[in-house]
Unconditional design. Structure first.
Length: 397
């Protein structure tokens, strides 16, 4: 059985006999009554305890009843206050209500006339409390709704952005695929047509063009498929501890002929004897992409330098070149597919290398970035986690 909580009532009257008598009467009517003989004492009590009702005399030495009501409401705005007064004038009643009292009663009074006043005040207080709770709930609902709306809006913007990105990718892709395909068709048609004159030498040139376009097309298709598979998370990564010096030596050997062709000096600096946590084949793909870009987009007789630095549990590999560098707005788009920054004519490429590289690096829990000064070259960097045992060795060292 649930016990009904007694209403707590605070009686404030400087006439102590009146206070005691009133408390006694109210206790008989199942109130939890407490008495005070001054407004100051009442406020002291209100600071630490909570009451449902307060019945206060109007005229008291020091702070009067109306002043007490004002201050008491600061502690508990929902406290139901009733003023007891000997001057039964309307002016006093109005003053009491303006001060925040719910009602007033003229002294002397009998318990039978006080009880309905208290019941009314109690009902008003209950209504106010219910209202306050309702308001709180409405406010919370509004806030939750605003938050949900915000999240929805964000999701919508992201979806729109992704959609636009996909459309851009598809239109770029069809353009990139169509170019070599048209080349193949064009040259093949010339070769197939009896009427079109072609010398033996020309025929060989056309055939070479067809082969080159075919190879370019194949590379494109493979890279697009790779990109799509990585994006869909369908590329299984064989994460293992990869020895950094061995991998870098391998990459160096692979790009040396490319650098020699353009008379570019390769500098690999001091390679720390670390092991990275990565997929070996994909790590080589990443480094070759960055190194071949640094060679391709460079001046003849320029430099390409690779530097490694350990940063806590991660290792940073930075590839710097002495090429044309990048403008800030070019940096913004450089990791997006098919952004070749107008180099379509100058250098061969599909514009997918960096897009693929970024996705591979991120799939290996790494990060990629670029710093560049237009006219002075660029530094592309990747950060990858060190293999766990290497981290321990570093910590013990
Ligand atoms: N080191 C660099 N310095 C200056 N520009 C660069 C550098 N690396 C890349 N770029 C620019 O960014 C573009 C995109 O590079 P990305 O490697 O993605 O494609 P790509 O080299 O054109 O073709 P591929 O897919 O064959 O790598 C390049 O076309 C080039 O304009
Ligand atoms: Mg490239």
């Amino acid at each position: 059985m649930t016990e009904v909580r007694k209403q707590r009532i605070l009686i404030v009257d400087d006439q102590s006999a009146h206070t005691v008598a009133l408390c006694d009467v109210l206790r008989q009517y199942q109130f939890d009554a407490e008495g005070c003989e001054s407004a100051e004492a009442a406020l002291e009590l209100l600071r630490s305890q909570s009451f449902d009702l307060m019945l206060s005399d109007l005229n008291m030495p020091g702070l009067d009843g109306i002043g007490l009501v004002r201050e008491a409401l600061q502690y508990d705005p929902e406290l139901a206050c009733i003023i007891m007064t000997g001057e039964g004038s309307v002016a006093t009643a109005v003053r009491a209500m303006q001060g925040g009292a719910l009602d007033y009663i003229v002294k002397p009074f009998k318990a039978s006339s006080l009880l309905p006043v208290l019941a009314r005040a109690q009902a008003t207080r209950a209504l106010r409390l219910a209202n306050a709770e309702l308001e709180r709930q409405v406010r919370q609902n509004v806030m939750e709704l605003a938050e949900a709306n915000y999240r929805l809006e964000q999701a919508r913007t992201e979806a729109e952005h992704a959609n636009a990105e996909k459309s851009r990718f598809l239109s770029n892709m069809s353009h990139e695929l169509r170019t070599p395909l048209n080349g193949i068709l064009g040259f093949a048609q010339i070769l197939a047509a009896d009427k079109l004159p072609a010398t033996q030498l020309e025929k060989q040139r056309f055939a070479r063009n067809i082969v080159q376009s075919g190879q370019h097309l194949l590379k494109l298709v493979n890279e697009i498929l790779d990109l799509a598979r990585i994006e869909a998370g369908k590329v299984p990564l064989a994460m293992e501890a990869v020895d950094l010096p061995t991998v870098l030596q391998e990459c160096r050997m692979m790009v040396t002929p490319l650098a020699a062709k353009r008379d570019i000096t390769l500098g690999f600096g001091v390679v720390p004897p670390q092991r990275l946590r990565a997929d070996r084949t994909r790590l080589v793909q990443v480094l070759i992409n960055l190194l071949s870009n640094a060679i391709k987009y460079n001046h003849e007789q320029g430099r390409v330098d690779l530097a490694c630095t350990v940063d806590g549990p991660r290792l940073r590999i930075a590839v710097s070149d002495t090429g044309p560098g990048l403008e800030p707005d070019q940096v913004q788009h450089i990791f997006q597919p098919f952004h070749r920054l107008g180099r379509d004519e100058e250098e061969e490429g599909s514009g997918l290398g960096l897009a693929l590289t970024r996705r591979v690096v991120e799939a290996m829990q790494g990060a990629i970035g670029v710093e560049s000064q237009p006219g002075e070259g660029s530094t592309f960097w990747v950060e990858l986690p060190l293999a766990p045992e290497t981290t321990q060795q570093v910590q013990h060292a």
